[in-house]
Each structure stands twice: as structure tokens, then as C-alpha cells.
Ligand binder design. Structure first.
Ligand SMILES: Nc1nc2c(ncn2[C@@H]2O[C@H](COP(=O)(O)OP(=O)(O)OP(=O)(O)O)[C@@H](O)[C@H]2O)c(=O)[nH]1
Length: 298
């Protein structure tokens, strides 16, 4: 498994904004899985995260899990493309682009223990964040066995959360907004990990309208009132069901292009990391104990 050097050389004392170095040194990095629909701005956000952390002399570790990406405008420490050639996979197995991405991810997942070992390797300074970019064909990561293996491997080793990136201007249409929310809800229930809704491209359009739709379903229903299609009717019904889901969600508006909102983004990540410790970790430990008991009784 190839690895590039960590992209920052922050002094150990600068690895945490407010905490003493000794405490920061003991803390594990927080894993952020960047997931979102094609074109939502995941890769641009990776670049912005890298720039922002470099600007704060905060060490980070970046992983590219998208085998089909042509160009990464940031320097990944681990890149799936160094291990699997997606075009060769397509040729070898006679696959189309989506089949090629899925098979490349499957092949990579078989060696993911090596990725976790590299992430766990002690290094100075300890990265504060491990950030992973995922394929734009969202279901290839979120609904595949290999996506589940990768997610669980990371979530068992580190505090882990999902940053679900939304293209805010495209969400101005209520039905596109609803499609994004349904994707987010499915990821939340599949992974059970803390999820941060990242409304991207706020330099083009502020995300206030989306927050208003999430806070009050009547506002959303008013936005879609003029439409009488089956999809609009479905969206109207779904907004009631999603109210409970919205309550537990953190949201932030950012511009990966300009850097607006990045401080709020990292503050929200810290909250999600606490949520992981308080809610996800005990559940993970309970599942592991159950598994150990079953294995012990066989
Ligand atoms: N105005 C604006 N454009 C953005 C922003 N973030 C990304 N973009 C643009 O949106 C387009 C898609 O961005 P990418 O970062 O490639 O999106 P992605 O989600 O990685 O796309 P896939 O790899 O296809 O999944 C590019 O043209 C970016 O320049 C933003 O914050 N503001």
C-alpha cells in the first residue's frame, strides 16, 4: 500500500486549537467521510479542508477513495488509484464505468486493513483529522459491501462521522432538496454515524431557505404548494416524516470555493466527534461484545 507523506508539518503544540498538547497528542484523529452527489463539491471541499488546516498548522491525513477521479487538487496521503487502476479493471472484467468503480472499490476493500494500519501509525505531529473523499456515484460507496467494510473499519478504529455535501443552489428546487435529504437519511440509518449536512456553494446561494424548510415543514409545503405532480405530493408527505430526522442533524453552510463557513464546519465536526463517543461507540462496543460472546459459545 503506497503512502505519501502527511501534507502538513505542524508543530505538535499547534495540533489542537484550544487543548494542551499532551491531551491532543493522546487523542485519536477524527475521521471525516466526505459523501455527496456527483458535482456537489466533495473534491473541492477536500482541497479547501487541506488549505484551511494548513493555514492553521493543523496536521491532517487525506485519503482518496474515488478510483475514477481524474485530478485531485489536494495531495492525498493514500490514493486508491495507486493500488487499483480503474480503467484496467473495466477492461479486465469487461465492465462499464459504474461496475469498474464498484469493482475497484471491492479490490481496495480487501486491503483496507493496511490503510487502517497506516492511519494508526504513530507520526509526529499526530493528524487531527483523517478526511476521505468518496465516489460521486453515491450508492457505490454507501450501499456496497466494500463501502460498509471501509466505513466500519474506520469507525472501529477512530471517532468517525459523515460530512454529507449538498449543492445548495441545486437544492433551491424542493424536490431536489428532498432527494438530497432522502440520501442523507439513508446514509444515517445505514451507517448510524453522526452526520453533518454541509450546504456547499453558499457563495452562489445562501442556505437559509433549506434551514427554514428543515425547521418548519409548513414552510417547505408552501414552497411546493403550486406543484401537483406525484413527486411533489410525495415530497409533501415525506417532509412530515423527516421532521424527527432533521431534529438530530447538524447543518452548516460553506463555500469550498471561497472558504466561507470553514470555522463553523470544523466546530460542527468537533460536536459530531463527541456524538460518536457518547452514542456510536457504546453501541459499537455492545455489538462487539455480543459477537465475542457468540464466538465464545461456539
Ligand atoms: N461556486 C462554487 N462552485 C463550487 C464550489 N464547490 C465546488 N464547486 C464547483 O462545482 C463543480 C463540482 O465540484 P467537485 O469538487 O468536482 O464536485 P464532486 O462532488 O467532487 O464531483 P464528483 O467527483 O463528480 O462526485 C466544480 O466545477 C467546482 O468548481 C463552491 O463552493 N462554490
Amino acid at each position: 500500500m503506497a503512502e505519501a507523506e502527511a501534507s502538513t508539518s505542524a508543530p505538535a503544540t499547534a495540533s489542537s486549537d484550544a487543548e494542551p498538547a499532551s491531551h491532543a497528542a493522546q487523542k485519536k484523529p477524527v475521521v471525516v467521510l466526505v459523501i455527496g452527489m456527483a458535482g456537489s463539491g466533495k473534491t473541492t471541499l477536500m482541497q479547501r479542508i487541506s488549505l484551511h488546516l494548513q493555514g492553521q498548522s493543523t496536521a491532517n491525513y487525506l485519503i482518496n477513495l474515488d478510483p475514477a477521479v481524474l485530478d485531485t487538487p489536494y495531495e492525498p496521503n493514500i490514493d486508491i488509484r495507486d493500488t487499483v487502476n480503474y480503467k484496467n479493471v473495466m477492461k479486465q472484467y469487461n465492465l462499464g464505468p459504474n461496475g469498474g468503480i464498484l469493482t475497484a472499490l471491492n479490490l481496495f476493500a480487501t486491503r483496507f486493513d493496511q490503510v487502517v494500519a497506516l492511519c494508526e501509525k504513530p507520526r509526529e505531529p499526530t493528524p487531527r483529522f483523517i478526511v476521505a473523499d468518496t465516489p460521486g456515484q453515491i450508492e457505490i460507496f454507501t450501499w456496497s459491501a466494500s463501502g460498509a467494510i471501509i466505513t466500519e473499519a474506520l469507525a472501529s478504529a477512530f471517532p468517525t462521522m459523515v460530512a454529507f455535501v449538498v449543492d445548495t443552489p441545486r437544492c433551491a428546487h424542493p424536490q431536489t432538496f428532498m432527494s438530497n435529504m432522502l440520501q442523507a437519511v439513508s446514509i444515517l440509518y445505514k451507517t448510524r454515524l453522526p452526520l453533518l449536512l454541509v450546504f456547499n456553494k453558499v457563495d452562489v446561494m445562501a442556505h437559509d431557505f433549506a434551514v427554514a424548510w428543515m425547521k418548519d415543514y409548513e414552510v417547505f409545503r408552501a414552497a411546493i404548494a403550486a406543484e401537483s405532480t406525484y413527486a411533489a405530493e410525495l415530497s409533501r408527505s415525506l417532509c412530515l416524516v423527516l421532521e424527527e430526522f432533521y431534529e438530530g442533524l447538524a447543518t452548516v453552510g460553506v463555500s469550498a470555493a471561497t472558504g466561507e463557513g470553514m470555522d463553523a464546519f470544523f466546530a460542527a465536526i468537533d460536536s459530531c466527534a463527541k456524538d460518536y463517543e457518547q452514542n456510536y461507540l457504546p453501541e459499537l462496543q455492545r455489538r462487539q461484545q455480543e459477537r465475542d460472546e457468540v464466538e465464545g459459545s461456539e
